[in-house]
Design a protein around this ligand. Sequence first.
Ligand SMILES: Nc1ncnc2c1ncn2[C@@H]1O[C@H](COP(=O)(O)OP(=O)(O)O)[C@@H](O)[C@H]1O
Ligand SMILES: N[C@@H](CC(=O)OP(=O)(O)O)C(=O)O
Length: 496
Amino acid sequence: MNMPLLPVMSSPPLTRQSSRAGSLDGNPMIVMKFGGSSLAGAAHLRRVAGIVHSRMSERPIVVLSAMGKTTNELIAAAERAQSSGEVDISKVRSLTEGVLKELDVPVPAEVEGLLQELERIISGISLLREVSGRTRDWVVSFGERLSVRTFTAWYNVFLQSHEPCADRRVPARALDSWQVGMLTSSGAGSTNSTFSQVEILPETYEAISEYMSSLELEYSYVPVVTGYIAKDGNGTITTLGRDGSDLTATIIGAAISAKEVQIWKDVDGVLTTDPRVVKEARLLTVLTFEEAAELTVFGATVVHPAAVMPAWLAGVPITVRNSMVPHLPGTRIVSEMSEDDVKERGSRVAAMSSKRGITMVVIRSTRMLGQHGFLAHVFNVFKKFELSVDVIATSEVTISLTLDISFKPLDLTGLCAELGTVATVEINQSMSMLTLITAKKTSCGVLREAFKLFEEIDAQVEMVSHGASNVNVTFVLPDAILVECTRKLHKAFFET
Ligand SMILES: Nc1ncnc2c1ncn2[C@@H]1O[C@H](COP(=O)(O)OP(=O)(O)O)[C@@H](O)[C@H]1O
Ligand SMILES: N[C@@H](CC(=O)OP(=O)(O)O)C(=O)O
């Protein structure tokens, strides 16, 4: 997953503003989100239909991402049309049609209509040899729009051969998120090429609650809603940033005060660290929202970083589960851990995450010591260049900070020139952040042990951030030693 630009969010209502959707009869609905990895082929769709059907008594609202790697294919198709004039949507067409064929479901007219529309847009890009952020968002929206229609067509066929639930077969209905009320600001003013720096408008929550209230009264269909995409007030399609479907799910969950938001993945839940880096990573049964927020913002790509906040503010628990092994309970993300949860954890560190490709900037003032306004001046320059700062350490004359610009083409010339009027600037681009999620009260021992381990392998730690958050200790180190450090710390904190 790429680390996306986070959409800015308005807060969800802290408590339900009305008794419309969700808990009218004391039986709140649930939100079930399935990501691309859970929808990567016909066998996956069969499994997902089974999971959804088995939860019918909880009245699920289903949120889907694009199937498999469709979003990447759509971006690639737009880029090919722009660079070489090629018009080719064959991969997207064959994935969609192939899945339906394998499931023995005729291609719905709506799906064929979308594929034809997509081809026309790609032809337009090929003629103009231009793809704006707005057009790119339009193109990628086809991933989720095709996915919900493909799944719905399959689900309604699947239903015929399965036992009805409470004597009823509740059919599915495909919905674009704007139909249920998802509304964002316009991305048009953004200078970033992904057109995804949008704000979710506050009226979204009320609109979703309103839409879902009739379903709450009578659950007459299973809503299958597009994740990741939305519309602005002008009716232009926007996106919530890469991997943003988790966010759609938690916004809906917060809007209706859902019983829970289930995020179905291809892993058993949230693990102690990325299993691609440490194969011994183990499942966490529970995390607090605060821990999950820090873990995901600092690189754990298992849940979209912005998705934690709406659920946290609304007090709606999230569970992260494996769609390949649906009977496993997964990881619960909750406001507070019970005493049993705390005992069961057994480690001073809850989890670890990391981010590569971080840029570290060291700014040394060339003016007088303690110069008034130096910090303010420096941060204004970062604001001007739309660069967001992650970790900061300051001394009397020096500011060290990190920038997460892995998602942006890097050009710091202007920044350096401007800062150069008041400071010397040193840039180091091959850095990583390694984060430990640990409570402040245990962090002294954790820091001591971590530094002992770093010393053993002669690892040079360039920066440490501790204390700003209640649960986060972050080390900035060279990319080259990240994997070794991660494995060593994981072994010490989780494998002994
Ligand atoms: N701490 C972690 N726990 C679990 N998975 C993690 C963690 N950190 C990174 N990951 C990765 O996140 C992946 C899940 O995200 P992704 O493949 O984008 O799912 P989806 O397509 O369902 O949205 C896992 O396959 C895993 O490799
Ligand atoms: N399809 C979009 C949104 C998304 O959330 O996908 P996933 O759930 O597979 O990470 C993307 O690839 O960015």
